[in-house]
Write a protein that binds this ligand. Structure first.
Ligand SMILES: [Zn+2]
Length: 301
C-alpha cells in the first residue's frame, strides 16, 4: 500500500500505553466479554447500550508513552483517505454534510463514551454513540496468527474502512434499520445485511481512494480479500469449535464477505438505490439454511 504523500487526518487519538483503571467496576461501565475473537462487533450490537447507568467518568488515564512505531501516522493517513472519499461521495449523492468520525487507538482495554467498556479481545469496533472507531493494532497479529487473515497494510486499511462503513451506515440510517430487528427472529439476518453492506462500503472506499490517491500496489487487494474470507462466520466457527451452524451467523460467510468487498471495489457505487438493496428482502432474500443473502448485483450470486 502506498501512503507516502497522503495527508493525515487530525481525528486520531493514540491512547496506547495509557492505564485504564477501574474498568469493570467503575461508574456504570459494562465490561463486555466475547469469547471468540470476532472483528467488527460493536458493543451496541450486543444490546448493551441503554442498560448503562449515567455516563461513566472518563478513565483515569496516565499519559505514559504511546509506542513511537508509526502506527498513528499510518492510521491517520488511512482515516484521511476515508474522510476525503466520504466527504466527496456524500456531496455527490446529496447525502448532506459528512460528519467525520473519530478514531481511538488503544491497548488492552478501552472505555467508550456511550457504548460501555471493551477489552481488546472484541477486536476493532465502532461506537455509534460517540461516532468513534476503536482499534487495538495488536489485533492484526491475532488476525494473522489465529484466524489466517493478513496483517498487510491494505488489509488493515480494509478493516478500518469497514468500521468507517459502520459510521456511514449510522449517518445514513441503515444501522437503525438493523437495530429495529433486535430481539426478533430476524436479528441475525439484519446483522448480516448490515455487516455485508459495511464490507461493500469498504470496497467503495478502496475504489475511490485508488482513483484519488493511487494507494494500491501489486497484491494489495488479495491481502484484503484474504482477511475478508478469514473473518467469515463459517470460518470463525469452524476454527473456534470445529463445526458450523448458519443460524448463529451474524457477519456473513467467507465467500459473501469477500464478494461484497470486491463488488464495492469494482463499482465504487454509493448511490442510494444500490445501498438500499442490502436491506431489500425481496430483491436480496436471505436463506436461513446457508446464512447467505442472494443478489447477483451485490455479490455475483
Ligand atoms: Zn462490522
Amino acid at each position: 500500500m502506498r501512503l507516502d504523500d497522503i495527508p493525515e487526518s487530525g481525528n486520531v487519538e493514540d491512547r496506547r500505553g495509557m492505564k485504564t483503571t477501574g474498568l469493570a467496576a467503575g461508574g456504570g461501565g459494562i465490561l463486555i466479554v466475547i469469547l471468540a475473537l470476532i472483528f467488527g462487533i460493536d458493543p451496541n450490537q450486543l444490546g448493551l447500550v441503554g442498560q448503562q447507568g449515567p455516563l461513566a467518568p472518563q478513565p483515569e488515564a496516565s499519559p505514559t508513552s504511546a509506542p513511537r512505531d508509526g502506527y498513528k501516522q499510518f492510521a491517520s493517513k488511512v482515516l484521511g483517505t476515508t474522510e476525503a472519499v466520504w466527504n466527496n461521495l456524500f456531496q455527490k449523492n446529496g447525502y448532506g454534510a459528512y460528519k467525520q468520525p473519530k478514531m481511538v487507538l488503544f491497548s488492552e482495554a478501552v472505555k467508550t463514551n456511550g457504548c460501555g467498556s471493551a477489552p481488546a479481545a472484541v477486536g476493532p469496533f465502532y461506537c455509534p454513540a460517540d461516532h468513534t472507531v476503536y482499534l487495538d493494532p495488536t489485533f492484526f497479529d491475532e488476525l494473522e496468527r489465529k484466524l489466517g487473515g493478513s496483517k498487510a497494510e491494505f488489509s488493515q486499511a480494509y478493516v478500518i474502512a469497514h468500521e468507517v462503513g459502520h459510521h456511514v451506515q449510522n449517518l445514513r440510517g441503515y444501522s437503525a434499520r438493523a437495530d429495529a430487528k433486535r430481539k426478533t427472529r430476524q436479528e441475525n439476518e439484519y446483522s448480516i445485511r448490515l455487516e455485508l453492506q459495511a464490507d461493500y462500503l469498504a470496497g467503495v472506499w478502496a475504489h475511490h481512494a485508488e482513483r484519488t490517491f493511487k494507494i494500491l500496489e501489486r497484491g494489495d487487494t488479495e491481502e484484503a480479500v484474504k482477511t475478508a474470507r478469514a473473518i467469515g462466520d463459517n470460518r470463525i466457527q469452524q476454527k473456534a469449535r470445529g463445526w458450523v451452524s448458519p443460524e448463529g451467523f451474524n457477519h456473513g460467510t467467507d465467500r459473501q464477505r469477500a464478494a461484497a468487498f470486491t463488488q464495492g471495489l469494482r463499482t465504487g457505487d454509493a448511490r442510494q438505490r444500490k445501498l438500499d438493496l442490502f436491506f431489500d428482502e425481496k430483491a436480496t432474500p436471505f436463506n436461513p439454511k446457508t446464512g447467505e443473502l442472494r443478489n447477483s448485483e451485490l455479490f455475483g450470486f
